[in-house]
Design a protein around this ligand. Structure first.
Ligand SMILES: Cc1cc2nc3c(=O)[nH]c(=O)nc-3n(C[C@H](O)[C@H](O)[C@H](O)COP(=O)(O)O)c2cc1C
Length: 217
């Protein structure tokens, strides 16, 4: 079935995108406003976009037209944030921090989360999260009146000690991070426990195409 976005209202376009582009990793972002008020919220329009420089991107909308989410406003004003990744264990607390609280509410207190001081930036990281990235703002790309892509440069990554397999080689025990991804609708998530392995094929091992071409000729 064709869904032509020219004929579909924005809300329906959003539904089509979020119910197909799945699973999406979740950035559980801690930020602070200019007065130091702490804020935490999850964002699944999130991924990593470059290794050099190390860049993450987050799509952040508005609570209502003209009222950007606190996270976007804080990052714009203070240029610093921490992206915490979300494990199965963190799921319930993450969901509490997604409640559309008024700006004065500290979601970290509401979810009874412990934080740990960051090394390079003012916002702290979430202690219960297996991986946290300290970031500075690189650029905010305004995508529309109420949507922006926030690009951040990763200054440092914290990984829980027992999840580092070989610190010399930077090998991480990825399956044991037990990260979750966001699926369709507002309440569906995926675990990252159903894995399969498929090694890359070296160019020298790929002969099928040549054989076919040769047999045709
Ligand atoms: C799993 C999950 C993923 C979310 N992803 C996004 C997202 O990518 N972009 C967005 O604007 N809001 C997203 N939200 C909604 C925000 O977390 C929510 O609006 C939150 O209240 C924003 O908080 P803030 O105003 O403190 O920044 C998501 C919510 C959940 C539960």
């Amino acid at each position: 079935m064709l869904f032509d976005f020219a004929a579909i209202p924005p809300r329906e376009q959003y539904k089509l995108l979020v119910s197909t582009v799945t699973p999406r990793p979740i950035a559980w972002i801690v930020s602070q406003n200019k007065d130091g008020q702490l804020n935490a919220a999850p964002f699944s329009f999130f991924n990593v976009f470059s290794g050099d420089p190390p860049v993450v991107g987050i799509g952040i909308s508005s609570h209502e037209p003209g009222r950007p989410k606190d996270t976007r406003r804080n990052i714009r004003d203070t240029r610093e944030f921490v992206v915490n990744l979300v494990s199965e264990e963190n799921a319930k607390a993450m969901n509490v921090t997604a409640i559309e609280f008024e700006p004065s509410v500290n979601e970290i207190e509401q979810a009874q989360l412990e934080t740990i001081r960051s090394v390079h930036v003012k916002p702290p990281r979430i202690a219960a999260s297996p991986v946290s990235m300290e970031c500075t703002l690189l650029q905010i790309v305004n995508l529309g009146p109420d949507n922006a892509l926030v690009l951040g440069r990763v200054l440092a990554m914290h990984v829980r000690d027992n999840l580092v397999l070989d610190p010399a080689k930077n090998y991480i025990d990825t399956p044991n991070l037990h990260l979750i991804g966001r699926m369709h609708g507002t309440g569906w998530y995926a675990r990252t426990s159903d894995l399969f392995e498929m090694p890359r094929i070296p160019r020298a091992n790929w002969t099928l195409r040549e054989e076919k071409t040769a047999s045709r000729g």
